[in-house]
Structures are given as C-alpha cells and as structure tokens.
Design a protein around this ligand. Structure first.
Ligand code: PMP
Length: 317
C-alpha cells in the first residue's frame, strides 16, 4: 500500500485523501478487494486460470448499490444470489449473513459511503473439462468501487436505444431470471447497440415479446399507466424494477406487468429503464422513433424524483 503525506498539519489523511467522496480524494490508496475471506490490493487481487467462472462463465453474481453507507435492498440481492446459485446447483460457501458482513467490511476498509458492489460467486478451481463436480471449492469475490454507466446529461435529456436482433436467451435454456456469469447473449446485443451509435438495446424474446435491455429492465407509459414485461417473458427480476413497482403503488400510479410487443414501445407515451448501476434513466428515442414528444415524460420524472428521494434522501427535478 502506498501512503501520501497530508500537506497541512492537522489534516487527517484518512478523512481527507482517503475518503473517495472528498474533493481531495487521491486514488493512490489501492482499493481492497475481498477474495475468499482475505483482502488484497486491487493489483494483487487475482483468481486461478483454472476457475470455471473464467473457463466457462460457471458462476453467478450480483450488482449492488450502497447509498449513504447502507447496502440498498441487501436482502433482495442476497435472495436472488442464492436463487441463482440454486439454479446452477452451486452451494454458496457462506450464509447470507456472512455475505452481508463481508460486504460491510469491504465498504468500510475502502472508506466508501456511496459505491457499487460486485459480488461474484464462481464454481471455483477445477480441471479443463466441464464437470462442475471436480470443482470442490466455490470462490467468492467482493469488489466495492464507484460506477458511472452513462453521462449525467442522459439522465436529464433521455437516452436513445434500439431493439436488438439478438433474441434473449430462452427461459428453458438458461433462464434470464438467473444472474449467471455468462452475459454473452447480452453482450452481443450491446455490441449491436454500439454499432448503431446508441448506449443500450432492448432484446425481444423467442416469441417476439419485449424482454429487457442488456443490463436494465424496461418500463413504458401508456395513457397514464405504467407497463413492464412480465417475468414469464424472460427477464431478470430486477431489484430496481421491484422498487419502481412499489414506488408506483405508494404514489398511486397504476402499474401493470404484461406482455409487450415492439409496437407497444413505438406507440408509448414515455419510456424508462431501471437497473442497479444505471438507476432510473429516461428513454426518448427507440429505433430512431421519438418516444411521446421526444423528451422525458412527466410520470418518468416523477418516478425518478421519488427514486432519488428514497435512495439519497434528496428531492430532484
Ligand atoms: N436485466 C439485466 C439483464 C441485468 O443485468 C440487470 C442488472 N444489471 C437488470 C435487468 C436490472 O436488475 P437490477 O435492478 O437488480 O440491477
């Protein structure tokens, strides 16, 4: 670990330079990464090339936010992690309470108050064949870091997206409800978005129904009603999606889960995406077509403000 000297006597090195939200923050202090119960400097945080998480994408993960020092929706994320692990017949080597404690320790040692946590559970070290039974010890990795997926301007003005030609994985192949380490299906759609010059793509399922974006759930507004695809249409049951559904109920905004087609996107009045990393972001153009009148809609802005109030205790917009 490298140390830097405070420039003025009386300034605490930890509270000034070490606090990642301090204007004086200096990134010379290496991030500490938690791997299987031990902390490593970021440069030394490594796993084996024989880990099946790397060789086969054999593992599951969660992306989690910390707001004002508290892990946001911790129980929901841990429940989903354990469900995903169960879905691939992987027994987590720790209890939910131990996962929570390890995440809290990682936040604390890195002196974060707001951050993003990547919690990864891999099948562990095995041999070069597929057989997971030859991987006796699953591995757990916890990374706490900052994340900014999209420029601030997009949250104000809205994002352009496309519908992708890449069909979302069939639920009976690898269920999109399972947050596995294999994101190639999503990555292929993301590449298509980049080729089209937009940051996100919405994927349709095998029946042509709207599923979700590559890393976010999708909502539309139609005649004052919020609509979002059902779980049956092959989506990750997003934690942020559920928070939005609950916020709609609290604000008495009608919200339903139903199958949507591409046509529903094209005739929607408003559209927005939700995800842990992206939070809530308006969509103002889909496949080159303006959504509503081409600017973030009033219900979208109302929900974004409610979300900010919930997580950061501040009223925005
Ligand atoms: N769908 C996919 C494919 C995702 O990867 C994610 C998370 N990045 C989401 C939806 C949103 O889920 P959450 O709100 O739990 O982050």
């Amino acid at each position: 670990m490298h140390f830097i000297r405070p420039r003025r006597a009386g300034i605490s090195l930890r509270s000034t330079f070490g606090n990642r939200h301090s204007p004086f923050y200096h990134p010379v202090m290496s991030l500490k990464i938690w791997i299987d119960g031990k902390f490593y400097d970021k440069e030394d945080a490594k796993i084996s090339v024989y880990d099946h998480g790397l060789l086969y994408g054999d593992g599951v993960f969660e992306g989690i936010r910390v707001y004002r020092g508290k892990i946001f929706e911790c129980d929901a994320h841990l429940r989903r992690l354990f469900d995903s692990a169960r879905g691939i017949r992987l027994t987590p080597p720790r209890t939910p309470q131990q996962f929570r404690a390890a995440m809290e320790e990682t936040i604390k040692i890195n002196n974060f108050s707001d951050c993003y946590i990547r919690l990864v559970l891999t099948r562990g070290v095995g041999y070069l064949g597929l057989n997971p039974n030859k991987c006796p010890n699953p591995s757990v990795i916890i990374i706490a870091d900052t994340i900014e997926l999209y420029p601030a301007e997009m949250y104000e003005k809205g994002m352009y997206i496309i519908t992708s030609s890449v069909v979302r994985t069939h639920p009976n192949s690898l269920s999109p409800r399972l947050k596995s380490l294999n994101y190639l299906n999503n990555i292929l759609a993301k590449i298509e978005a980049a080729d089209a010059g937009v940051p996100e793509a919405v994927m349709l399922n095998q029946d042509g129904n709207v599923a979700e974006c590559t890393g976010d759930n999708i909502f539309i507004v139609r005649n004052g009603q919020i609509q979002t695809p059902t779980t049956a249409d092959g989506i990750l049951e997003g934690v942020t999606r559920q928070v939005m559904i609950d916020l709609c109920r609290e604000l008495s905004i009608p919200c339903i889960e139903k199958s949507l087609q591409r046509h529903d996107l094209y005739i929607s009045d408003e559209c927005f995406l939700t995800g842990t990393a992206a939070e809530v972001i308006p969509v103002t153009r889909i496949d080159g077509r303006p959504v509503g009148n081409g600017i973030p809609g009033s219900l979208t802005r109302k929900l974004i403000a409610a979300f900010h109030k919930l997580v950061r205790g501040e009223a925005k917009n």
